[in-house]
Each structure stands twice: as C-alpha cells, then as structure tokens.
Design a protein. Structure first.
Lengths: 369, 322
C-alpha cells in the first residue's frame, strides 16, 4: 500500500531523531477512592503537572465517541468506550492544584451543535461535577465553528501523509497546553484507540464530515467522517486544504492512520493520558460487532503521545513496532509508525523509560479478554 | 379521561367463538354502534411501525434514531381537544404489521383500537385487552412532565403543533398539552405571536417561556431547540439502546405510583439491552408484561434510578412505587 515516494519520504523522516519522553503506568482497578493517589503518582512519575500546566490555558480532548443513546449492553458509556468522568474530573482537580489558569474540555459530539454539557447529560453524566472540579472550567463542542469566528489552520510539519494542513475549531489553537484523555481500547479501522487516535475527533464534521459543505464549511455537523476520511469518496469542504495524493488508496485502513498521524504532528499532544480502568475489547464502540466489556485496570500517561501510545500498545499485548498485517494492525497501517515518520515521537520501547509499574507486570492481552 | 372506554371488535358478520370480554361493542356492522357514536375516530391515525425505506432498511432522522409511525401524540391531542369523548383508532392491519402493536399503542395512551379477529393473534390480543382493563386506572394518571406545549393545534398551527408533539415524544421529553400550571416550562407551538401576557403571572412565578429562536419553519430543528432551551437537566427519563421504543410515562396525581410504558415499534422483534433512567427516585419497580411480572433491580443514579431491562417485546410496563 505504501508508494515508493512515501517510502523514501518516510525513511527520510524516520531518520530524524524522534523525540522521546518517559511514560508512567499505574495499576488502577476502580474509579473509587484510590483514583486520586493513583493519578498523583502517575503525574509525579512524569515530572509533575506543575511544569506542564502552571498558569496555562489547558485544552483537554476527551473521548466521547458515538451517540450517547447507545451503550455496550447495559454498560454506561464510561465503563466501556468513553473516558470516565471521574478520570476527567480528577485530572481537572490535579491540574487546578498545579496552577492551571483555565481548563477547557473539548469534544466533537456526534452530529450536533448542542453544547457538550447537554451531550454529557444525555449519557446520564452530571457536567457540574466537572465544572466544579477546578476554578475555571469551560466546555466547547468542536465539531463545528463553535464559539470561534473562523477555523484555525494547522499545518502538518514535514509535509503530512494525507493532507498538508487541517482546519479545526479555534479551541485547538487558543490554548497553551493540549491534552488527550483517551479510553484504552481496540479500534476496528486503526487497530488501537489511544491518545493519538482520540484526536481523530478534533476534525470538525462541518468540513470533514458526510454533510460538510462542498465549498464552505456547513453550519452544523451531520453524520460521521466516513465519506471524507475513511473512504475518501468525497472531498472536505474546498475552503480547507485538499488531499496531497488524490490517487492514494481509498481504504480506511490506509487513510485513517495517516490522518491521525498528521493531526498529532499538526496539533501536538502535550500530555497524553490513557484510561483503561474499565474498557471494551474488539473495537471502539458498541456499534462494532463482537465487542465486549473488559477491565484492563490501568492508567498510563506521558508527555509524548507516540511514546505513551507505544507503551499502551504493549500493555494491550501488541508490538508497537508491528507492521501492517500483524496484530493489531491486520487491516491497517501502524499509526505509531506513521507519526514517528513525521517526527512526533519514538515507538521504540527499548528507548522509552517506563516509570511506575512495568509493562510485563501490568500487561493485559485485550484479544483474550 | 373516563376509566371506562369502548373496546370494539370489527363486525364481520360472524363473531369469534369463546369469551369476548373485555371487548364491549361492535364496530362497522350496525349493531352495537351506539357505544361508539360519541367516540373520536381520528382519520389521520397510521398503522404503527418503524418506517422503512425503499431498500427495506429502517429510515432514520438526523440523529440516527429510526423514524417511527406513532399515534401516541395523536391520541393525546385528541384527548386534549375533547376530553369528554373517548378516542378509538380504526387502522387496518398492514401486511407484515403487528396487530398487537396497534392495540397496545392505542391502549397505552388511554385509547382503544378496533380489534380485527385473526386466529393467529387472537389469544395475545385478548391477553393485552385484559391487561389494560386490569390497569384502567392508568387512564386517569398524568404524563410525568416538565414542559407544557401550548397552541391552538388547528388551522395553520395544526402541522406545527402535531409534529412538535410527535417529535418531543420521540426525544422522550415529558410534556403535557395545554396550560402550564405547575410545570416548569412552556413552549408556544405556533407561528403566530405568542400570548406571553396571558402567562405573565406564571412566568413571574419562575416559569420558563420557550419560543425557539430558529422559528417553526423546520419543526425538527425547532423541537431540538426547545429541548435545548428546556435543557436535559429537566429530562424526566432517559433511554439507551431504545432505537424504536417510545415511552409513555405516567404518574398518579399527587400519589406514590407511576408507570413507564415501553412501546416497541419494531413489533415482534425484541429490543435487547435497553436501559432506562427516571429522574424521580422511585423505591421499587416491577416489569409487567401480559404474561408475567418481574421485580426489577434499580440503581441510584444522578438523583433518580436507573434500570437495566431484560429483552423487550412489543410492550412492557414498568410499575413504580414510592
């Protein structure tokens, strides 16, 4: 699937020294009283939150994929495919303690311009719990223009795999620190959902969605990103930068990992948090056949998204160096490899310092769950 | 609403053998028609079902939830416009449709359906009729609601008002039609100027008056805006994995009993893994079907209770107390 041009470009980019940062792992079996000390240890192990968020505006992309009205069996979304609100709330609390000036919670909810708070309530969350967890907390639905006057353009360093730049909601530009809090789970198209794949959802569906305007962004998002990103059967709104290689494969397993890698190069993640206390196996949401609840019992964090995702991939029982065709990338390219090629970070476990628990001790083979 | 309503059997010249109770009148054959002379028989009633597209798949709206052909709103509106006359639905069985669904939909909303005898469905229909007659008091209970829908529902307001009622029900928004009374919010479902002054005392008392900023040109958008203005904080119930289910949620006025009636428009296809949240923290819940009663385990959640439901057939009632 990789062209000679891409191979050469990738090799050249990979030759650049990919950044490396320590990754912390903590065993965490429940969302109860033990969560706070666990998350304190987690952040302390990567140098503390103060150096990252003190006096900063922090934007947090949470992982609330799919419709709130859909559950995996009877499980509330946060016990299967959504980031748990207690993990978000504890992060807010600890960031507040560490001096964060303003914290903004971001997500692109399915096919709506409704405020994020309303979306959360539909899932039976109480957003006031999050609003009260730090002194200044805001929410923004980033699936459309939102509160901004215009979309912000993010150029992909080193050229990009799929698009040279992306037009996103202003919230991803109007922050000092960008945090991805992902659920640790598999993904039917991209192999795994970790901190980088979570950022697939920063693309506004008004531009990159099935109902996007042809020339200009639509006013409201409609549908998912199947036609523009997964299958490439239509273009994003012409106001946005267009594909670099329109003759490239029209296949989600080729396109989605490249878009994710591009996005994480264009809008780097300053803090990656991967929540796998309770999760699901077999895919990213209840709409995937054969999915089931599982309990990895772990939280992982790091300041480099590729390093953090590499460790999480290994915790899930996979090899982050795996090529296409090997688990969990049987039908897709390896997002970590593609991000590494763009210089985002290293996926080489031999170079990544792991603090707290060790991979071997905490390993949870999600394919056997 | 009268606890006693006509329960008609379509007259075909030959009555089915055996006990016909609680059916109490005949429809269409001349005999026994007097019982129905005072009834409202809405001509616009649809055969209840999930709306199917040309390709044989369920049609869905912008949120992905299936469109359903439902009559609950129509029954409630007819009852509001003339509370003195019982409502009877005279829809003819459609190919592949569920007669049981037609019956339970009408009766869950306090109306009746003209029963057509069919040997295949007869025992189920009789069981359903007996069930609803055993719970005739539910017809006197009120919808659990936070929102009043106000409008004339006639002339050029008819389409707006009717579609608003239909879509609010589909969003599981608890509403009552008419004066706001003790409700927290009211929506003016009309393109005509709102008579705010009539409700000024209620508004001064804390009532929230809603006129969707998007107007009523697109009723779907307007109803979404109404729900947003009301806010989901005012939801009286929430459902998950309930694609083709509507819930008619009632409570005894000033009392300690309620019932959440779940009508599955997919007919005989069971709905699995459905969960429900009720804002009121009821103390006990029992799932009643025509065959049996099962105590349900409730879980305190978000100020109310949440219940994981077993696979649901065409109808189930969650009987609530406390």
């Amino acid at each position: 699937m990789i062209t000679r041009r891409e191979l050469l470009a990738g090799t050249a980019m990979a030759a650049m020294a990919a950044p490396i940062a320590p990754v912390a792992i903590q065993r965490c079996r429940t969302y109860g009283a033990g969560l706070e000390p666990t998350m304190r240890r987690l952040f302390d192990a990567i140098g503390g939150l103060g150096r990252i968020v003190n006096n900063k505006t922090v934007a947090i992309k949470v992982n609330l994929t799919g419709r709130p009205s859909q559950r995996l069996g009877h499980s509330p979304a946060e016990l299967a495919h959504w980031t748990h609100p207690r993990v978000i709330g504890m992060t807010l609390h600890l960031m507040n303690e560490a001096g964060a000036k303003r914290i903004r919670i971001l997500e692109s909810p399915w096919s709506t311009t409704d405020p994020l708070e309303e979306y959360m309530m539909e899932a039976n969350w109480d957003p006031s719990m999050l609003l009260n967890a730090a002194k200044l907390v805001e929410f923004e639905n980033t699936n459309y223009l939102g509160n901004g006057k215009q979309y912000s353009r993010f150029k992909v360093p080193n050229g990009g795999h799929m698009f040279p730049a992306y037009d996103l909601n202003h919230s991803y530009a109007d922050c000092d620190v960008f945090v991805s809090i992902a659920k640790m789970k598999e993904h039917a198209t991209a192999g795994v959902t970790l901190s980088m794949k979570n950022c697939f959802g920063i693309t506004p569906c008004t531009i990159y969605g099935d109902g996007a305007g042809e020339k200009e962004p639509s006013l409201a998002p409609s549908g998912g990103r199947g036609s523009v990103i997964h299958s490439g059967s239509r273009k994003p709104s012409l106001s946005a930068p267009q594909e670099l290689h329109p003759d490239s494969p029209r296949h989600g397993g080729y396109r989605v990992p490249r878009v994710v890698a591009d996005l994480c190069a264009a809008r780097p993640i300053d803090l990656a948090i991967i929540e796998g206390v309770e999760s699901m196996a077999g895919g990213e949401g209840p709409w995937i056949r054969g999915t089931r609840r599982c309990s990895p019992g772990v939280i992982i964090a790091g300041t480099n998204a590729v390093c953090t995702d590499a460790v999480a991939t290994a915790v899930l029982g996979f090899d982050p160096m795996a090529k296409r065709g090997m688990a969990p990338f049987e039908n897709c390219d390896n997002t970590l490899e593609l991000a590494e090629q763009l210089g985002v970070g290293s996926r080489d476990l031999s170079k990544i310092e792991v603090a707290g628990a060790q991979i071997a001790d905490i390993r949870y083979d999600i394919r056997k769950a | 609403m009268p606890p006693s309503i006509p329960l008609p059997l379509r007259w075909t010249g030959k009555l089915p053998a055996g006990e016909l109770a609680p059916l109490n009148c005949l429809f269409g054959g001349g005999e026994g028609m007097s019982a129905l002379q005072g009834a409202q028989i809405p001509k616009r009633a649809l055969w209840p079902s999930v709306r199917m597209g040309r390709g044989g798949n369920a049609e869905s709206g912008p949120t992905g939830a299936p469109w359903i052909n439902a009559n609950g709103w129509l029954i409630r509106l007819a009852q509001y416009l003339d509370a003195s006359k019982p409502v009877v639905l005279d829809t003819k069985p459609a190919a592949g449709g569920s007669a049981l669904l037609a019956l339970v939909e009408a009766m869950a909303y306090g109306a009746s359906w003209v029963v057509t005898h069919s040997p295949e469905t007869w025992q189920g229909v009789l069981a359903a009729l007996r069930f609803f007659e055993a719970h005739a008091e539910w017809r006197t209970w009120e919808p659990v609601a936070e929102l009043a829908v106000i409008g004339s529902f006639t002339g050029e307001d008819a389409l707006i008002g009717e579609e608003a009622l239909n879509l609010l029900a589909r969003r599981q928004v608890g509403y009552r039609i008419g004066e706001p009374g003790d409700l927290r919010a009211a929506v003016w479902a009309s393109k005509r100027p709102a008579p705010r002054e009539k409700y000024s005392a209620w508004i001064r008392g804390g009532g929230k008056w809603i006129e969707p900023a998007v107007g009523w040109g697109d009723v779907y958008a307007a109803v979404s805006a109404v729900h947003l203005a009301l806010t989901r904080k005012r939801d009286v119930m929430r459902l998950w994995n309930a694609g083709s289910i509507n819930c008619h949620y009632l409570a005894e006025k000033g009392g300690r009993r309620g019932v959440a009636q779940l009508i599955n428009y997919a007919g005989n296809r069971s709905s699995d893994d459905t969960s429900i949240w009720l804002a009121r923290p009821w103390k006990s819940a029992v799932l009643s079907t025509f065959e049996k009663q099962t105590a349900l385990k409730t879980r305190a959640s978000n100020g109310g209770i949440e219940i994981a439901l077993p696979p649901l057939g065409v109808y189930a009632a969650i009987e609530l107390e406390g």
